[in-house]
Design a protein around this ligand. Sequence first.
Ligand code: AMO
Length: 439
Amino acid sequence: MTRLSNDWRRTHYTKDANESVTGKEVTVMGWIHEIRDLGGIVFVLIRDKKGILQLTAPTKETEPQLLEDIRKLRKESVIGLKGTVQESGKAPNGVEIIPTEIKIFSLANQPLPMDPTDKVKAEIDTRLDSRFLDLRRSSVSSIFKIKSKMLHTFRTFFESNDFLEINTPKLVASATEGGTELFPITYFEKEAFLGQSPQLYKQMMMSAGFDKVYEIAQIFRAEEHDTLRHLNEAISIDMEASFMDDVDVMKILNDLVQKVIINVKQNCKEELKTLEVDLETPEGHFEIVKYDDAVDMINSKDVPMEWGEDLSRAAEKALGDMMNGYYFLTEWPTEIKPFYAMPNEENPINSHAFDLMYKDLEISSGAMRVHQHDLLREKIAEKGLNPDAFGGYLKAFEYGMPPHAGWGLGADRFNMTLTGLENIRETVLFPRDRRRLTP
Ligand code: AMO
């Protein structure tokens, strides 16, 4: 096994070592996908992140030491290969490489803990236990290429619309989304928590005069239940903007979802094909369903739901079956939304809070916020929380706070809708759930 020396650098990805470079010498680097030794000829498939290429070594015409090295190869070992590109009707992409030299960088132990060639289907737990191998499959790496494009679209949009990227603390002293879902940690001689949302900090940035901010970062939730939609560590895309209301920020969210889909369709054609997903771009404004109407719709499907309750899983499913694609659920009862959601002026039992749904999956929540100090203090107390514990946050409302609104969108859940996956664990590199803290 050798180290990388200066004269060994990749000249071509497998995909680019094609007919256009027939007769030329190329250097490719990758993993051994398959080896077939037919005695008189040895075929080796080499895989890199862009595809698969065939090495063909006719035993009589291959230099003995090189042939011996090729025969030493094992599945998933990492090699460098120098050779000449030659047209071949039978090879997977129309060309093969006649080797002149190989370097074995790393031999893979056998047997492998799982087969990364898509031939044998493995259970999700087996796959996650050997995630580095699982991620070598194009059907899995495609999910993360789409996620990367999605995140890039958000960042590009925010940056070109004068939003400032912020980084808020993840070690925090209090809850934001209701007290039950926090991870306590020992913080020297005190108790602290892992942040469940940048909510309080992004709001304080409005008082700071930043006007429009965004953050893409981890959130931590001590979710008890083991579902296909919840993780204990997720990525939230958060925005907050001053002098805007719920309708303004819903419009931004609507635009962004459409932009992401357009961009993914344009730039991830191969990945969508691999995943067999036919993405539809939703046109115009997403449908708006008022909470009151949603309760009636859900009850009409014989799923019992009282006004003032959050949607149960059965209720989400019933509503999702009646709705097509993306829609907003608006005018939520003030009582079941967090303290920072602005109550309606005329009818304060309803709020300016909304959710963005995709069928039966909640993708995002947002609201116009309470920006009046006294009302906010009152609402914190009404939720059974101690306003004094929110001193640092409340102070920002005492010395000039503009009206503002914002939302948080679950990046992993949104990625589920783009990739057609049912289990959120598939869309996270190293998911954290009730039973899994490694790798
Ligand atoms: P909320 O608690 O609804 O709102 O979270 C926002 C979005 O984050 C995603 N999400 C999760 N994804 C995976 N696993 C979880 N356990 C999980 N919890 C939440 C969802 C959800 O819609 N502060 C508000 C946002 C705001 O008002 O700006 C908040 O955190 O997609």
